[in-house]
Design a binder for this molecule. Sequence first.
Ligand code: HAM
Length: 418
Amino acid sequence: MFKAPRGTADILPGEQAYWQYIEDKAVSVCQLYGYQRIDTPAFEDAGLFTRSVGEGTDIVNKEMYIFKDRSDNELALRPEGTASVCRAYLEHGMDNLPQPMKLYYFADIFRYERPQAGRYRQHHQFGCEAIGEASPMLDAEVIQMALGFFRSLGLTQFTLQLNSIGCKQCRPDYLQKLKDYYAPLTPSLCDDCRARLAKNPLRLLDCKKPGCQAAAEGAPRNSEYLCKDCHDHFDALKTYLEALEIEYGINHRLVRGLDYYTKTVFEIQPLEGGSQSALGGGGRYDDLISELGGKSTPAIGFATGMERIVLNLKNQGIEAPEQVKPAVFIACMGNSAKIVALKTASDLREAGISVIVAAGDRSLKAQLRQANSVGATYAVIIGDDEIKEGMVTLRNMLTSDQQVVDPEELKRILGPQE
Ligand code: HAM
């Protein structure tokens, strides 16, 4: 028997209420903030991600699903959504439209990670990107939107962590400070971090290995080495967040796992669940569009994992609203009844009433049991007696009350009540 590949999951009908709930809230919040939907392909040129997410990152080095197609093109299943949206922004000349371009997406994301609770090899993100505006007002708005989205779902048990990782002016100096700090501590670092120290020292700050965590404790703080522009930006953002009464914590070790970030980075962490389990995260990426061949274009965005949201909804005891159940179940016995059942179902559906018809030859009792289990409000019963009289029996599944009615009357009885 085949099984779903390790790290992937089927989203079964019983789970779909959560997904629908999350998607509906996401769309509502995007409409409130003026975001438009975009969908991009599940795979892209691998180079798009190598260039944007960065060669020194785990996502590119260890986790990307990369393959050659039959024409020898090197492709990758998308390991995140931002680079694809930026590629589409440039490819379709969206830089000529009024800025910022505010875009949102739902996308399946592929990362070859070690699967655990809330961590999959294929997961699903809801993300948004606001491209073409440098003001920290937009940073505050994106953060407010992310938090508003989680709150609209009923989630309350989370914190906002904030940091600034500077820009290409001030970062080289800070990276040198980091290298100087770590140089004497190399023996206590893990193998990965020893290799990262030369190429990508920022990554050392968020390594989860105990030795590296201890070493990171006393590391120089990025926010203390910002240039004036980055410093003012960070200050203004904090002022706006305070004005919006948004609580935040500064996390000096928050660097994010993707290389394209500049200035603001943030994460939303559940109160319980450890540091591997961010509900969502994002930040500014003011150099990405130009690195992909466009003109210099500031941008900021955010994404959240749908599976993580479902997990947090369940942990916090929040149930998704029930999905719509069929209004009517039609039970039928005998060949003539089958034809009447099919016709009655068509009539009712045309009137916008949802119907499930029992197919096959099960007993009336078994058919009514099915009506119950699908949650139908009414059963319409058609047997030999009903056929003879040209009538049907209408049974209220909640009260078990039954009445014999003219099939023509069903639409009036079951349809929307004025
Ligand atoms: P990210 O932090 O890598 O950022 O992923 C965003 C969110 O996706 C995470 O906070 C988490 O909720 C979820 N997530 C990540 N990996 C997994 C996984 N293996 N299984 C389940 N859920 C996962 C980005 O991808 C950026 N593109 C976000 C962004 C948008 N930055 C700017 N704009």
